[in-house]
Design a protein around this ligand. Structure first.
Ligand code: PLP
Ligand code: COI
Length: 355
């Protein structure tokens, strides 16, 4: 792989916003660091990325992103340890998944060096923006969209790859109550559910709004064909603990192949927590809730980390999960965040030093 780091132009802001930020009270993804990485695709090639001051983007009203939603994104985090060293978690997996998503949306794939070296250059420029407080991190949002013009419903000829970052606290403020969906679908066989396509999220907003009006925070999607099997939630994969066994749905072309999900599966396997990757019916979960075998449910994702679920709604009934002293969720959350923030050994080689 040819290195491009020395050719990445860096134009720094003359007016840093960092002193306006209250790092002790960070919300999720609502204040943005001083710089962003911008990389343009024109005339059939990706141009070398640049680091620029964070700024608005100007687009023609006919840009295809506005009409046909040709856009994909990733979610990652950077962590700073007590020595001020900066770490990423499995970043190559995000790079690979971005290209998997791009391919499905007929977006040209990015060279690895543009993503990895571009990201590292940006993080070095904005390293003061990486929070050190426990539970906070620098949320990283790489995204690619069709900036080329024209109303013709076909792939654009120009694209932009941008990385913006936001010092962030937790995604959910407390335990999450979920609604198991029986009407709407997030994805279908042969569709784009496995891609991190912007449109997948737009399509979830309306059913999620309906769930929020009923007092839930997230929808748990079921398979589009029968609505009988648990798939994933709006922004995270789902794990269910029945007795002592952790269960999560297998990935498919309808489900995002979450990096947190696969890390939790590996952690559980290596630490002797019984784990099954298999189809899980709503019926099985309801029955377990009714006979006391349902111990925990939690979501797993980059933004959500490991988010315990307090209860779920299904068929007009609310099921409340027990409050346990020792949960798999809290154990696995600690294990994974300790690895991410360099507080512990990393036997899996997941941590990636930004130097
Ligand atoms: N499922 C969906 C729909 C998501 O948006 C996310 C978040 O990225 C996840 C699962 C979890 O994926 P990851 O752990 O790679 O962040
Ligand atoms: C992430 O966890 O990084 C995601 O992309 C979820 C997002 C929709 C907030």
């Amino acid at each position: 792989m040819n290195s491009i780091t020395n050719t990445i132009e860096v134009i720094k802001t003359s007016a840093s916003k960092i002193n306006d930020v209250d790092f002790d009270n960070l919300k999720f993804g609502s204040v943005f660091s001083d710089h962003m990485l911008v990389c343009n695709y024109k005339n059939g090639i990706w141009e070398v990325p640049k680091v620029l001051p964070y700024q608005n983007i100007s687009l023609d009203p006919s840009a295809k992103i506005f009409h046909y939603g040709q856009s994909v994104f990733e979610g990652m985090k950077a962590y700073k340890d007590t020595n001020d060293d900066v770490w990423l978690f499995r970043p190559l997996d995000n790079f690979k998944r971005l290209n998997i998503s791009s391919k499905r949306l007929a977006i040209p794939e990015l060279p690895e060096a543009y993503f990895m070296e571009g990201l590292k250059t940006l993080l070095k420029v904005d390293s003061d923006w990486i929070p050190k407080n426990a539970g906070s991190s620098l949320y990283i949002r790489p995204f690619v969209f069709a900036s080329g013009n024209g109303f013709h419903a076909s792939p654009a000829d120009e694209y932009k790859f941008i990385i913006a970052t936001a010092p962030s606290g937790s995604y959910f403020s407390g335990k999450v109550k979920v609604l198991i969906e029986q009407t709407y679908s997030r994805s279908a066989n042969g569709g784009v559910g496995y891609a991190k396509a912007g449109g997948n999220y737009a399509g979830q907003f309306y059913p999620t709004q309906l769930a929020i009006e009923k007092g839930y925070q997230q929808v748990v999607w079921t398979d589009d064909n029968t609505h009988e099997y648990i798939e994933e939630a709006g922004a995270m994969n789902i794990f269910v603990r029945i007795n002592d066994t952790l269960i999560t749905a297998p990935t498919s072309d309808r489900i995002l192949d979450g990096i947190t999900r696969k890390s939790i599966i590996e952690l559980a396997q290596s630490e002797g927590i019984p784990i099954e990757v298999r189809k899980l019916s709503v019926h099985e979960v309801v029955e377990a809730a009714e006979n006391g075998a349902l111990k925990e449910m939690f979501g797993a994702g980059t933004a959500a980390v490991v988010s315990p679920i307090s209860g779920f709604g299904y068929n007009g009934t609310d099921y409340v999960l027990p409050v346990l002293d020792d949960t798999y969720a809290s154990y696995l959350k600690k294990r994974i965040t300790d690895i991410q923030t360099n507080k512990t050994e990393d036997p899996f080689d997941w941590r990636y030093k930004v130097d």
